[in-house]
Design a protein around this ligand. Sequence first.
Ligand SMILES: Nc1ncnc2c1ncn2[C@@H]1O[C@H](COP(=O)(O)OP(=O)(O)OP(=O)(O)O)[C@@H](O)[C@H]1O
Length: 298
Amino acid sequence: MAKPLVKIAGLQKEMGHFTLGPVQFQIEPGSIVAVVGPNGAGKSSLFKLLLHLLHPDQGEISLFGLHYPEHEVVIKQRIGYVPQDMSGCEGMKVQDIVKWTKRWYPRWQAAEVEHWLNTFEIAPQMIYKNLSKGLQRKFAFALALGVNGDLLLLDEPSAGVDMFSLPAVYEGLVRYMEAGQRSILLATHQPQEVKQLADYIFLMSRGKQIGVYEKDRLLTSYKAVWISQGQPLPAELPAVHKVEQQGGLCRLVTSDVEATRAFLDAQQCPIIRIESLELEEILALLIEGGSHHRDRMD
Ligand SMILES: Nc1ncnc2c1ncn2[C@@H]1O[C@H](COP(=O)(O)OP(=O)(O)OP(=O)(O)O)[C@@H](O)[C@H]1O
């Protein structure tokens, strides 16, 4: 089995009234992990811990088998990062930020950055603070790909990016992964992004890790099962997390469609239809239910 690119064990950080963790997970090479959770869940803080911009109170972080602080430079040389904001370079020209950034990264790919600046129509002589919010995001994305590293940490990379440019951004990420043995950790509020890109979902809420889930497994095991409303139902329905009455029918939301189907068959309760669920509904259920649901990978 390949060594994990990222390994986090027992990670905790207190920040005023907010406590992050404990967090425990690992990322194998070749996977895209979406970090998902409500506002204030701790996604950006987790990224800052991974970049040693925040320091943990407890626990361990290893990246590429290396540790902070002793390997800080070599670790960071292998990470492309899109932060929520690039403070500190407001008055600088795009071309000067590129020149300044590339000095830190031995595997820098100038052609890649040029490609993205052209694609996004970002002129090298523009002043950073005069770029629109969306263009600032696109510029950060171009720089992160220029690093040509083994890990991309993308903190809401598409926030403010227009819908016409998103296919190019996603294509860029897919191309990045084609080199193999690389991974992406992507904090996002966009369900479409999770659906299209993620292999795994790291779900968190209020600083707590809810779980790590294989996206496709969530989508195949969580279903809505419709039965007739007149049917008497037992108090405990296996794997069913929500029961709703709608227009003479009963909608059962299950995390294990096969178990629910077998149970209803045994009760001689006919199933009218089975429907897929939107990922948003599944993730909301997992957040409401805390950590007791099945299908966790952590
Ligand atoms: N330096 C800090 N000192 C104290 N509290 C902080 C600090 N940075 C962040 N926090 C708090 O930590 C919590 C998590 O914030 P964080 O930005 O990590 O969440 P997030 O999941 O990225 O949110 P969003 O989806 O809104 O971007 C928030 O309650 C925030 O106020």
